[in-house]
Design a protein around this ligand. Sequence first.
Ligand SMILES: O=C(O)[C@H](O)[C@@H](O)[C@H](O)[C@H](O)COP(=O)(O)O
Ligand code: SF4
Length: 611
Amino acid sequence: MTSTKQIPLHPIVAKVTERIRLRSVASRKAYLDKCQSMRRKGTQRGQLSCSNLAHGFAACSQDDKQRIRLEEAANIGIVSAYNDMLSAHKPLENYPDIIRKAVTELGCTAQFAGGTPAMCDGVTQGAEGMELSLFSRDTIAMSTAIALTHNMFDGVLCLGVCDKIVPGLLMGALSFGHLPLIMVPAGPMSTGLSNDDKANIRQLYAEGKVGREELLEAEASAYHGEGTCTFYGTANSNQMLMEAMGLHVPGTAFVPPNGALRQELTRAAAQQVCKITALTPNYTPLCDVVDERSLVNAIVTLLATGGSTNHSIHWIAIARAAGIIIDWQDYAELSDATPLLCRIYPNGKADVNHFHAAGGTGYVIAELIAAGLLHADVNTVWGKGLQCYSQAPSLNGGAINWQESPTASADLDVLRPANKPFDPHGGMKLLTGKLGRSIIKVSAVKPEHRYIEAPALVFENQEDLKLAFDKGELERDFVAVVRFQGPKANGMPELHKLTPYLGILQERGFKVALVTDGRMSGASGKIPAAIHLYPEALAGGPIAKIQNGDMLILDAEKETLEILLSVEELSQREAADFHPAPASDNYGRDLFAGLRANVGTAEEGAATFLN
Ligand SMILES: O=C(O)[C@H](O)[C@@H](O)[C@H](O)[C@H](O)COP(=O)(O)O
Ligand code: SF4
């Protein structure tokens, strides 16, 4: 591979990175000062009182007690989001034992510092739980802090994969940025029913052409075992971005769960974190790994792979947790400069297993470094420089070897080189106009659907749109306006259940689009959608004043979302009333009232504690 020293950084990547750095000088300094003040000489547990320490190791084995008391070797904190509800997290169940054994081999110790909640967005999609999904991220961040605030640890391993979980774990760990952190995933489920076939069956069901039994059979053969669902949604985007940020063992993202290589990669993470604590000459605290360069690397990689729109929210929140301020203009400019290298569902037919086989994370990172689109001179948990993330691991006689990923894609329908991309741009755009600021991802939207001028049809929720569809009222060109779906209103749920209905209408030749202050799933794709619109309806946003029949223009090329009303006409309009869910439909909503009241805008990361 070309030495990264000779590769000039793309001017837009350099410009945006510098703009982020300058914008963040004060907040970043404040953050680093906090990390510095938490750093202790020797082991972190050395600062604890005898009773604190005794409580901390009371339940340990005699050997571990001795090691912890000696205060010579690292004690690693494990934070895990394991539960049986996420297929992606099921393999994590026995990881703590694997980790304990691996660190003992180095004379270190590991303790299960704490668990965090984890929501499966697939189980809650379209249901009440989805209103807690976004806030589960910050709940996970707080749970991570509760685990680590035992202050017994010199390094951290966070076990998690899915949507809000990786961002939440990372945001929580960033409050302990003086400690090294390695993220530990489990890998994707094997390929079952293809994502396209799954989507087709859903549309047939929405049209009443197949019954529930047939639909359930199809869904169960798509989601059929342990591991992450195989579409390139938010969970798998997390994995790709952890590689791009140097927070994984290199090449671990899409190795299948439960095999010998997966076990060795988990062991490697455990032993590596012991080797980069402050007790070693290779001290690599998290705050040195997460900086404006690694965050820009993550955004560029998100754009190059057609990753989830949710990361136009979560990566802003992660950045803020590290004292760095990123906005959607940064994403838009980086998107212009970043070629689309991947076609993975929903942006194509392939799934992440096909992507992995075609060259995977190593190929993408090698291509982006060679194109000058990534900062290669960054700190990673694997040492200085991102180039080792262009490698792929394999087992050789029980030990892991890393070798350079192939320099040619094994499947040009899935993965392409930076000089012959699927699209010269990443396809995530900032839309502006009288209604506010929103995001659109066009990598899965056909060019002929990127300009939609049609009358608004206003819905207070996705169920109302389904009812209108079932009554045959939507056989027309229209822009669906689904509002009061913002973080303050109902927790900003994903409105992914709209996809089959809008997809059917689009296939019938109608010009359809979506405008919402809510979110879509990372698995949503082909409908032109202006999402994350703010100010949200409940915060006085003009979206609350749109009426059926208003002409809307969503123009992805011009990067505008417009309503054909003057500012005066709009200002004279009454805002629609908000109709919250009936109190009887609690499902835990009441517990999150404080988070709804305190949450920031989507472009601030929709965070509840960073504003
Ligand atoms: O952002 C995401 O990637 C989604 O939240 C994803 O995690 C969720 O599970 C989808 O809803 C699954 O897709 P289906 O609902 O189509 O199965
Ligand atoms: S990818 Fe989504 S549906 Fe699959 S396990 Fe993760 S959260 Fe659940």
